[in-house]
Ligand binder design. Sequence first.
Ligand code: UD1
Ligand code: CA
Length: 457
Amino acid sequence: MLNIVILAAGLGKRMQSDLPKVLHPLAGKPMLAHVLDNARQLNPDRIIVVVGHGADRVKTAFAGQPDLQFALQIPQQGTGHAVQQAASQLLEDGNAQDATLVLYGDVPLVQADTLQRLLQARGQGMAVLTETLADPTGYGRIVRNEHGQVVRIVEHKDASAAEHAIQEVNTGILVAPTGKLKDWLARINNNNAQGEYYLTDTVGLSVHDGLPVHAAQPSAPWETLGVNSRVQQAQLERNWQGEQARRLLEQGVTLADPARFDLRGSLVCGRDVYIDVGCVFEGNVELADGVRVGPHCVIKDALVGAGTHIEAFSHIQEAAIADQAHIGPYARLRPGANIGSQAHVGNFVEIKKSTLGQGSKANHLAYIGDAQVGARVNIGAGTITCNYDGVNKFPTIIEDDVFIGSDTQLVAPVTVGKGATLGAGTTLTKDAPAGQLTISRAAQTTIEGWVRPVKKS
Ligand code: UD1
Ligand code: CA
């Protein structure tokens, strides 16, 4: 049985925030959610999150996840004390496979393959994830004997001058046999510089009991970076964005500047996709072959078909765009926008919960909501579907090959028949028949001899 205990009870004082530290986002989602995603890749039998500061908010944020358990640690008396609070919830079969992996909620990016190697390294005993740092200040040091075997971990504040020179540090992440871990946790004390129960003291107890402690190292140094301040949060964000950008570049995506790229979710790209600077991708986005995205676009939960171009400053959310379409600049596609092949959506056009058929165009200044627009339709500048009476929403149907003149209001529910033309300025309140010109416009008059008023003296 594999248990994963995630320590998340700490205060995070240096964040200077009311929000519990592990709820602070990295790449658009809470740090703790990153840890959970990586933990779940190991298929654990149980995940226990140790909460303390802001416990209720953390629990609420992760409510309804049936594979999660919580343990409460109040007050916080150290990392060993924290794991102790979860001890009664640890699952055991009573065999050598039983293990408990300890992760930190504020070390969000440790990758599953690194954890997998740590689990391998333990054999039937304990393993710690260590790293060699040029400046090990503040970290617990890995003390090894003359044979190079790990013998204990000494915290920076408890270390001698000789131990301060050790550059191999404890990342905090470790795995131990569950039954033994419980036994060791019951034996640790708080006779140390910080008056805390150190999880790291279990390392010495394992060696004392004749069970060697192994070590493994992360694949990349950024995996074990923790977040204690907004500065570290920002640095880790850039680190992770750089890492995601690198992966996309390796897959053949062109990023105009990998340092000006933000992905807060997942982005799947076809071949020869081009992404200009300053774009933000959120949720699940797919860009098919040959898609080009101009600078400063925000794209969330969207599918974009092959060869489609999205021009600068477009905002797209929960929308699907077929192939060879042209969107923007300054287009806004809202939830339920469904844009057909070769369609054009130009500047200051907002489309919500509507279909725009193949080859149809709305090139300037329009609002299209709750509408079914057929193929080859031309929607003139300033056209508005009046879909809302203040209480209810109504549909507009515009059939194939319709031409809608500029500044037209379509008061829904209303239908424009196939091939119809609406004259500019029409306020359409009744269905427009197919193939004909429909127009509503007051007759134009000129007042003979009219003079402008002049200012009275
Ligand atoms: C710990 C390790 C140290 C290691 C370092 C890596 C111990 C005794 N020391 O030190 O060897 O080099 O991490 O960053 O384990 N937490 C709780 N409850 C507590 C105390 C801490 O949940 O009572 C949580 C914190 O929220 C945090 C994590 O445990 O997520 C680590 O706590 P922190 O205080 O940062 O540990 P360090 O003293 O840095
Ligand atoms: Ca820390």
